[in-house]
Design a protein around this ligand. Structure first.
Ligand SMILES: Nc1nc2c(ncn2[C@@H]2O[C@H](COP(=O)(O)OP(=O)(O)O)[C@@H](O)[C@H]2O)c(=O)[nH]1
Ligand SMILES: [Mg+2]
Length: 417
């Protein structure tokens, strides 16, 4: 495997700044895995320039800014649509809450929201979903709608429609676009459409054809009102792993500004393999950037020894990743209830819970590197050896947790009855 850190060490020693820069850039591209990464173009340029002249302090500063901005990013998502279209259900689904759970947005068949209502994510308080009533209600007239709801503060809008495309949907889409904001058009309840079509036309029913007709109808209507390149996603709030929800998550992630991508992927519920992978890809970038930064710090403050990434720290790291992937104790209890099984039964299937086996640093990469540099004692080199070891352990924990999240996902998708 490509070992970024042994080359990093070698390049630093030899002051080969060109190679250092090239390696950084190519490794980052590889880590982003065809999605957008957490570094903005402007910051990437800054890091590249700093590496190319060997200015490690500037590298450290830029990476620190990236990590802090990602850590502190705030996400405000507006969910708009007429009453009954499934806004509350969608918000609950995005917050990983069952419709009857405590703190869930109130839903139902009668109109329950006449004013804008914020719903904070239960685990990520920096994320707020706003349940906004449809345009054209008495409270919000079309002309003043966006100003009245305070559109400037939202990162993006999700317009939800559950049946025919309405004039109000069209009006709103155009206004959001004129205001220079992104919107995603979500056509909800497609599970109901499929069910009705299948019952109504059992002989000629074709799932994909029905879905295509719904999609085409939304696209045509949006194009007719002058929305260039409209983004339409077919969703069932009861089956988020299916239809276009995974694609919607990926599109939202890619269109967010770089420093908000971390908070976005952490908060999305692990409802599909795709969402689990998005989380893994972004977290890998964070682990790597953090390690690149630490290694640069070690080199600048020549002689300082970084302490070993010890067991308590590893356990802390495992705890965080379990939370990010919905494997913490609280989520496991919820899943056990959903699956009508015991917490013990679920835990029995999760590899990451066997922390003693997981946290042992037996990676061959770490060993071969140790052997290569075993003669080195003290100074930045031994620090970088520790940083590199910690890097591999964190990756190992991340991969194990992500793998377990997939195992659990498949259990949840196919209940045993
Ligand atoms: N079949 C189906 N029903 C849904 C879906 N989303 C919401 N509903 C139901 O539609 C009704 C209205 O949903 P709600 O979320 O309260 O809509 P809101 O008024 O826009 O907030 C409720 O009975 C929901 O259970 C969905 O994707 N599929
Ligand atoms: Mg509602």
């Amino acid at each position: 495997m490509c070992d970024f850190f042994s080359d990093y060490l070698k390049n630093l020693k030899e002051k080969d700044f060109k190679k250092l820069t090239d390696d950084f850039m190519s490794h980052y591209v590889k880590l982003t895995d065809k999605t957008k990464g957490i570094i903005s173009l402007e910051k990437l340029k800054r890091i590249k320039e700093a590496f190319s002249v060997g200015n490690l302090q500037a590298v450290v500063d830029a990476i620190q800014e990236i990590l802090s901005a990602a850590e502190n990013a705030v996400l405000e998502v507006a969910v708009i649509g007429e009453s009954g279209t499934g806004k509350s259900s969608f918000i609950n689904a995005l917050r990983g809450l069952g419709h009857e759970e405590e703190g869930a947005a109130k839903g139902g068949v009668v109109e329950t929201t006449m004013k804008k209502t914020p719903y904070k994510h239960p685990q990520y308080p920096n994320v707020t979903f706003w349940d906004l009533p449809g345009v054209g209600t008495r409270t919000f007239a079309p002309d003043t709608y966006l100003e009245a709801v305070g559109f400037a503060t939202f990162d993006f809008f999700i317009i939800i429609s559950s049946s025919r495309f309405t004039c109000n949907d069209a009006l709103l889409a155009r206004k959001i676009q004129e205001a220079g904001k992104s919107f995603y058009f979500v056509r909800s309840k497609v599970d109901s459409d499929l069910y009705s079509e299948r019952r109504g036309k059992p002989q000629s029913f074709q799932r994909e054809r029905v879905l295509q007709q719904i999609r085409d109808n939304c696209l045509t209507n949006l194009s007719n009102i002058g929305v260039p390149d409209p983004r339409v996603f077919l969703v069932s709030n009861f089956e988020l792993h299916d239809f276009d929800f995974p694609g919607l998550q990926r599109t939202m992630l890619e269109e967010l500004i770089a420093h908000k991508r971390q908070v976005f992927v952490l908060m999305i519920p692990p409802v599909s393999e795709a969402s689990i992978e998005l989380k893994r890809i972004i977290l890998k970038q964070i682990i790597w950037l953090d390690s690149v930064k630490l290694a640069a710090v070690a080199f600048i403050s020549f002689g300082s020894i970084f302490k070993v990434f010890d067991l308590p720290e590893q356990e802390e790291c495992l705890k965080f990743y379990k939370k990010y992937f919905g494997l913490d104790d609280e989520s496991t209890e919820e899943n056990a209830k959903k699956l009508h099984t015991s917490v013990q039964d679920i835990k029995g299937e999760l590899r990451c819970l066997d922390s003693s086996a997981l946290l042992q640093d037996d990676s061959t990469e770490a060993k071969s590197f140790d052997e290569k540099f075993c003669a080195v004692t003290g100074g930045p080199f031994s620090s970088i050896i520790h940083i590199r070891k910690a890097y591999f352990i964190r990756l190992k924990i991340l991969d194990a947790v992500a793998q377990d999240a997939k195992v659990l996902l498949h259990k949840t998708l196919r209940p045993p009855f």
